[in-house]
Design a protein around this ligand. Structure first.
Ligand code: FAD
Length: 386
């Protein structure tokens, strides 16, 4: 494994860091205060990202993306992680699962998403089916050559601005050695399809301005052409194209933790109490030592998992470890950053309190910490038949 970055990767990191510092940071307070991103600001960020050539940088060049390999894309996510997610979402990274589009789906969904003309959202979670995805109740019943979709999805990120949603629904059942299991199919559902409603979701502790939605399907009729991948094989395409998304959570956590650390370090050196810098006390300086050690450890776990992915090596366990450790590390680092800033750490004048609030969701979405531990331990024990 090569720990150094190529010249191209250095340039990518600098370009994205500059974008975040110049285009994102100045608007963060507005988004925090209002919980909204003004549409014209979102459009402007998207336009600038397209101009930079970074829009859909996670997609291959043959479909119009920048064709970044998993390591370089993880570096992009690490830099974006520094910024407020309500804003960095406009630095568009459509869902990789769109690569499963075939035939005319490519013209209707994949290519417009890569060009930034259409925005997608991904809907798996339901009120009664979170970690247990296969427990989903949303169903798509076959009716002639169509499917009829009924059910509810919730917590669906940025569906408020989506032109279409990739929806997972149960299309049947099968008997397996572990009992009856639902067969799941993925569908492409356009905003405005009769029977499909997108409603405002819950107000969230984390990531103001990055909204979640509730989707309802009431006898929503979809032709066969809206099936993404094969019928009953929704989880196959999810496994093929969504493996890397947990890595982006890990990278985000590393970037945000470094930003918090980079604020805490000079503060500890400059803030005077009892006639000397607070950092002169071991009670503070050892916190800094622990913070940087954990950040670097999470960074290395994340980048090595990305490297395995880029080299076609098994990486499910390593990605789960990176997501688990980096998201839990971010919680500890942002908590200690508040402690170093004292009372000011809690005030809206500084972003530290926000980093701490935003950190909380990283241990929940894209598979909770417990589910990551489940993935890791299953991977370890499976060879022993346990
Ligand atoms: C802000 C936000 C945005 C989201 N965006 C999206 C999105 O765009 N699309 C989408 O499909 N989903 C999205 N999600 C859903 C997210 O992936 C789920 O919240 C997550 O998978 C957990 O499901 P749950 O919240 O229903 O918790 P539950 O599954 O009910 O879990 C509750 C608790 O029980 C624990 N638990 C459950 N099962 C086990 C087990 N077997 N062993 C040990 N512990 C267990 C969990 O770890 C957790 O601590 C989003 C969630 C949030 C909060």
């Amino acid at each position: 494994m090569n720990f150094g970055l190529s010249n191209e990767q250095e340039m990518v990191v600098k370009t994205v860091r500059d974008f975040v510092e110049i285009e994102i940071y100045p608007h963060e307070n507005l988004v925090e205060r209002t919980g909204e991103v003004p549409p014209e600001l979102g459009a402007e960020l998207k336009r600038k990202c397209i101009e930079l050539g970074f829009y859909a940088c996670n997609f291959p060049e043959e479909v119009g993306g920048a064709g970044l390999d998993p390591v370089t894309f993880t570096l992009v996510e690490r830099e974006l992680g520094r910024g407020s997610m309500g804003l960095t979402v406009f630095f568009g990274r459509p869902s990789g699962i769109l690569m499963a589009c075939e035939g005319e789906q490519r013209e209707r969904y994949l290519l417009p998403a890569v060009r930034g003309e259409k925005v997608d959202a991904l809907a798996i979670t339901e009120p009664d089916a979170g970690s247990d995805m296969r427990g989903m109740k949303c169903s798509a019943r076959k009716d002639g050559s169509d499917f009829v979709l009924n059910g509810t999805k919730h917590f669906i990120s940025h569906a408020d601005v989506a032109d279409f949603v990739i929806v997972f629904a149960a299309t049947g059942e099968e008997e397996t050695s572990k009992g009856t299991k639902k067969k799941i199919t993925a569908f492409l559902v356009d905003r405005g399809t009769p029977g499909f409603e997108i409603k405002k979701g819950y107000d969230s502790l984390s990531h103001r301005g990055y909204n979640n939605c509730i989707l309802t399907f009431t006898d929503c009729r979809l032709p066969q052409s809206q099936v993404l991948g094969e019928v009953h094989r929704g989880f196959d395409i999810a496994n093929e194209w969504l493996t890397g998304t947990r890595l982006t959570v890990a990278a985000t956590c590393v970037g945000r933790a470094r930003r918090a650390f980079e604020m805490a370090l000079p503060y500890a050196a400059e803030r005077q109490q009892f006639g000397r810098p607070i950092g002169a006390n071991q009670g503070v300086s050892f916190k800094l030592a622990d913070m940087i050690t954990e950040i670097d450890a999470a960074d290395l776990l994340t980048m090595s998992a990305a490297w395995r992915l880029a080299n076609g090596m098994p990486s499910t366990r390593e990605i789960a470890s990176a997501k688990l450790y980096a998201s839990e590390m971010l919680a500890r680092v942002t908590d200690e950053a508040i402690q170093i800033f004292g009372g000011m750490g809690l005030m809206d004048d500084l972003p530290i309190g926000r980093f701490w609030r935003d950190a909380r969701v990283e241990r929940i979405w894209d598979g909770t910490s417990e589910i990551q531990r489940h993935i890791i331990s299953r991977d370890l024990l499976r060879p022993y038949g346990a």
